[in-house]
Write a protein that binds this ligand. Sequence first.
Ligand SMILES: NC(=O)c1ccc[n+]([C@@H]2O[C@H](COP(=O)([O-])OP(=O)(O)OC[C@H]3O[C@@H](n4cnc5c(N)ncnc54)[C@H](O)[C@@H]3O)[C@@H](O)[C@H]2O)c1
Ligand SMILES: O=C(O)CC[C@@H](O)C(=O)O
Length: 416
Amino acid sequence: MSTARFPNPSAPISLQEPIQVLLLENIHASAEKLLAAEGFVVERLAGALKPQELAERLRGVHLLGIRSKTTVPEEALAHAGGLLAIGAFCIGTNQIDLPASNRHGIPCFNAPFSNTRSVAEMVIAEIIVLTRQLFDRSREVHTGQWRKVATGSHEVRGKTLGIIGYGHIGSQLGVLAESLGMRVIYYDTMTKLPLGNSRSAASLGELLAESDFVTLHVPATASTHMMMGTAEFAQMKKGACLINASRGTVVDIGALAQALRSKHLGGAAVDVYPEEPETNSDGFLTELQNLPNVVLTPHIGGSTEEAQESIGREVATSLIKFVRSGATTGAVNFPQVEAPLIPGTHRILNVHRNIPGVLRDINRIVSDLNANIHAQVLSTDANIGYLVMDLDQDVSAPVCDAIAGLNSDIKTRIVS
Ligand SMILES: NC(=O)c1ccc[n+]([C@@H]2O[C@H](COP(=O)([O-])OP(=O)(O)OC[C@H]3O[C@@H](n4cnc5c(N)ncnc54)[C@H](O)[C@@H]3O)[C@@H](O)[C@H]2O)c1
Ligand SMILES: O=C(O)CC[C@@H](O)C(=O)O
């Protein structure tokens, strides 16, 4: 059983209690299965929690699992003295205050690839749905209207797909689109290997001017905030379509609605919104509702059974490895350490403020107890240091007590 000492006395954890896990937002049962098999006590909730409620629910919780709807602000972390790690069971981690989580010694893990194919496949479907206006035709037939028209409907073969953000999703999408005979160009702030016959556009403006479909696959950052607004829509070809399955903050919804109403754009498919409901029973309003040739989906780009099952396993495995050995490989906000457990040794994990002399102080503590260090791995970033230390003798408890007394200490934990 892992034991822990934390700087926040408001939420001490008992040394003997089992690991408590709180999983929000309908995280797939594959995660609960793995976590429960470790002897962890898992509570699963269907919806997200508001920050205040989250702060209250985090007392006594060691592992938190969320998806995209739960905001994790510093105030919630400040009340979560027992929290060891956060699992984002998705790709995006913009909903977590990552710098604060780092300062509190809490690594955050995500699943960087597991739902990327699902998003790429949905976007391919949307390209065809938009260019054939299938959504509107279907709605008409559902309401008893028969409008057999070809005007404004096109094949995708030979059309240009402009991909903004040529990462895991964007590059897979490009390959799928080429298999349909599309020409693919992309714009990315990083230099990327062009797959197939795709080509990097010299600028965002060039991509917008050349594309029949523009699709966004960038993360939510300061540089992507509202990157598609009135000026960018004006640069797109008349009749072109916009697809956004990235994050709601990337597109100015008002400007998009205006570009659609004015018929400058021929259609849009939107999966993500600046503000999204926290549960499936909440209502939802957007300016884009009831506009022609606009497909609106409730943030389901990555919501396939294949993706969710795989994400559940991937993130749960990262959390278990962290609890059992302290491995932080893949953590998005933390120094990376992965050291194999050595039989017969006693492992201590220490997160400390990255100030001079911490290793010297810790080694002196060990040496004053006449213990021997078998292995020691330190990894740092600008703010914190993460130390994994294996001792030959079982003096972990007094070593931890002494380390907790150092003013550099953020979080210290005995693994074995
Ligand atoms: N709708 C959904 O359900 C769903 C599912 C998965 C992911 N997503 C979103 O999609 C995003 C992209 O996912 P991914 O796996 O492809 O991420 P990724 O990190 O592999 O790729 C993102 C790409 O965007 C590029 N980029 C960053 N800032 C840019 C800018 N200002 N201009 C141009 N390019 C920029 C990066 O260099 C990178 O190549 C995620 O961050 C997430 O927010 C949504
Ligand atoms: O499952 C979710 O809530 C988010 C899906 C997607 O936006 C992601 O970031 O992976």
